[in-house]
Design a protein around this ligand. Sequence first.
Ligand code: HEC
Length: 315
Amino acid sequence: MRRLLPGLFLLLPALAHQATTYGEEGAGGNLTRVAVFTAVFLVALFATAWIGLRQAKKRGGREVLWAVFPTVVVAVVGAMVGAAIWSYKPVGGAALALELTAQRYWWGLAYPELGMKSAGEGWIPVGARVEIRARSQDLFYSLSVPGLELTMDAVPGQTTRAWVQAKKPGVYGGVQTEYVGPATDKMRLRLLALPSERFQALITAVQNFTPPEPPEVFLSRCAACHTVRGTKAQGTLGPDLTLFALRTTFGSGVWPNREAFLRPWIQNAPGMKPGVKMPAFPDLSEAELKALLAYLKRLGPEGLDFTDLIRVEEP
Ligand code: HEC
């Protein structure tokens, strides 16, 4: 039996897997699991060391040191980890929640308290604590927004939480860092941090905005996948386009929101982003294309312009 005890360590990785998986309750719950894992690990370790010590004593050799030294090291490290876990408090108290949904190959954004949706690009108030809740619809994704000191995973079936606070106005760019397929590098995120008056003005304008009715060609070719709030277009496979004209970029933060890039996108999105779920529309007439481009330009309240914050470089 004693000889078998060290074998128990082989079971520990199973627990360790638990400890690195985020829970619905956020990082706090995750830390509880880390604490349980650490406790079980330490108990098992001390038990083995103790048995080893007794055996060494019986034989009376200098091997005792081999057991004492690592035990002291582990005890000290364990105490430090324990103290850190004990002092952890979830941040909480966020002024605003922003939900991110990762999917092939774009980030959906939703502001649950404001009823506002976007894709690839969103807005946050400078200085306020924003709670980011990330989910995934299909694969395992990972997001890094270096300017906001944010790295988080988006995992199917769970919500991961993190808190960010932008110190200065500007654009905070994020990248998706997990390999998820041929368009891994074309799944970016842009958060525009606005001074709070400007953020408030945006919210008010968005709430008073009534999107125009889509043209016939949009209803027949695009509405199955795209929503425009308050209209017959209610598809959910692709991004919500209600505020499309407010975005400085499209395609999950990749291309500047300008006709020169939008036109080829509508004609052949998979040609620009391999693996995308939006089909190519090579058969659209020039008049239909014009109607679609003109409609997209009208999606968003007028008089808001964020281009001063951002210098969009051509890819
Ligand atoms: C089968 C579903 C589907 C159909 C039909 C479809 N789209 Fe899309 N569309 C998508 C998906 C999915 C994306 C997200 C692509 C990405 O960024 O990875 C998208 C992205 C877009 C974007 C960029 C949105 C953003 O915020 O980045 C625009 C604009 C767009 N589509 C316009 C259209 C137009 C116009 C039509 C009709 C001619 C259309 N789509 C038809 C699925 C669809």
